[in-house]
Write a protein that binds this ligand. Structure first.
Ligand SMILES: [Fe+2]
Length: 420
């Protein structure tokens, strides 16, 4: 029996398998490129290594290779005779998630981490804004995530990964000073950690610190592989800041080279949400966006996400279809939204449809409803700013400047008053 870097027992008698496994886990946890290779090497060293296969499944899932990921998980289950109780519970959480049984998977995950708080791969299924809690649709899910990582953080000490995960939870409930300290510590321990660079960027964003934010990311990114899973999304952060600076050439360069689907080599969920988002935020900032861009992202949404269901994706797909004037595609979200925050998606889709018709009053009503608990959509505050700014925009178009200021003051006080 060997142990992983978090001191969990792992069923293998091979030191080589263990070493490759630890490397694979670290690549997954840091969002590094080429996550699968170390797990493949671990399995080559021990073809009965259960967590080697399940680690490979996780790595492939994060690379959007779901058919091979499912095959790897099936193989893990197949060779799991003789696995420990933790490993069997680990596999059970993974299986439920792969089968799309989100609610059961989250219950199983919480039970698992109560016994095995340092099983970082499993904990990591539920941290961040795209994890099982982020995409649960639960009311109060930002507080739920904060409670989750607050409970786990003491088990990890100065571990670079957990410092970052907890920092993101802190950031999303507005505890920016604490978040900044934790993520700085994480970056000091491990600089080549894309999730830390990401959370550092979010803390700068929430603090309204554009200058330091864009400087930090532009310094950090050259050392990060384009094949890394966070590359495209970090590029979106740079593009957003470039937009805020009014540097449109820089913004379009990042969008066209690193964010949009035919340029980025990142995850489809980032390509659709980040591209639709930056196009609309450019429009909100008064830029003219070529309609061809909306056509492209709308068509990509239909191709990459043919089934409605992930509310965060769906909100952005509805935006893309509305702006592209593709009414039939938009109808799926207005009339038949499904998924963990279907009601919020429906309000967003109605709002974008109204915006397309320049029916500002209807857009105001729908956006106001969507914003009652927009966090249920998942994603970060920075991403969901899209909705707040859309509401402000439709109010301004109706000459309701005071109301718009009040919305910003209530929802984004730092921007309005310089306070959190
Ligand atoms: Fe982000």
């Amino acid at each position: 029996m060997r142990r992983d870097r978090y001191d969990n027992q792992i069923t293998t008698e091979s030191d080589a398998a263990r070493d490759h496994y630890v490397m694979g886990v670290d690549r997954v946890l840091s969002g590094a490129a080429d996550m699968a290779t170390p797990f493949e090497a671990a399995i080559a060293a021990d073809d009965k290594f259960v967590l080697g296969y399940s680690g490979l499944a996780r790595a492939l899932a994060l690379s959007n290779d779901m058919s091979r990921a499912k095959a790897a998980l099936a193989q893990a289950i197949k060779v799991s005779n003789g696995a420990t109780t933790r490993e069997l519970s680990h596999l059970n959480v993974m299986r439920l998630q792969f089968e799309g049984q989100a609610a059961k998977a989250l219950v199983a995950l919480k039970e698992h981490v109560a016994s095995y708080p340092r099983d970082a791969i499993i904990v990591g299924l539920s941290t961040g804004v795209f994890g099982m809690i982020g995409f649960s649709g639960h009311k109060g899910r930002e507080a739920e995530l904060f409670a989750f990582t607050s409970m786990l953080a003491p088990h990890y000490g100065e571990d670079w990964w957990m410092l970052t995960q907890h920092a993101f939870s802190l950031c999303e409930v507005g505890k920016l000073a604490e978040a900044g300290k934790l993520v700085e510590r994480s970056l000091t321990i491990k600089r080549d950690h894309s999730h830390a660079a990401h959370v550092r960027s979010h803390v700068y964003y929430e603090a309204g610190n554009l200058t330091d934010g864009i400087r930090f990311l532009e310094n950090w990114m050259p050392g990060y592989s384009r094949a890394g899973m966070m590359h495209g999304h970090l590029a979106w952060h740079v593009a957003l800041w470039a937009l805020e600076q009014g540097d449109m050439d820089k913004m379009w360069a990042w969008v066209d080279e690193e964010v949009k689907p035919d340029a980025s080599i990142g995850l489809p969920i980032n390509m659709i949400t980040d591209t639709a988002s930056i196009l609309y935020r450019a429009e909100l900032a008064g830029q003219v966006v070529d309609p061809v861009r909306w056509q492209h992202i709308s068509e990509y949404a239909s191709k990459a996400f043919p089934r409605v269901g992930n509310s965060f994706v769906d909100m952005h797909a509805a935006l893309a279809h509305a702006m592209a004037g593709r009414q039939d595609e938009l109808a799926d979200y207005v009339d038949a939204a499904k998924g963990f925050a279907a009601d919020v998606v429906q309000d967003c889709a109605k709002a974008f449809e109204a915006i397309r018709r320049q029916d500002w009053a209807s857009a105001t009503t729908a956006l106001s409803k969507a914003l009652v608990d927009g966090a249920r959509l998942g994603g970060s505050r920075a991403q969901r700013d899209l909705l707040e700014y859309s509401l402000v925009n439709v109010l301004l178009r109706q000459g309701k400047g005071e109301e718009a200021e009040r919305i910003i003051g209530l929802r984004r006080p730092l921007r309005a008053h310089g306070v959190h």
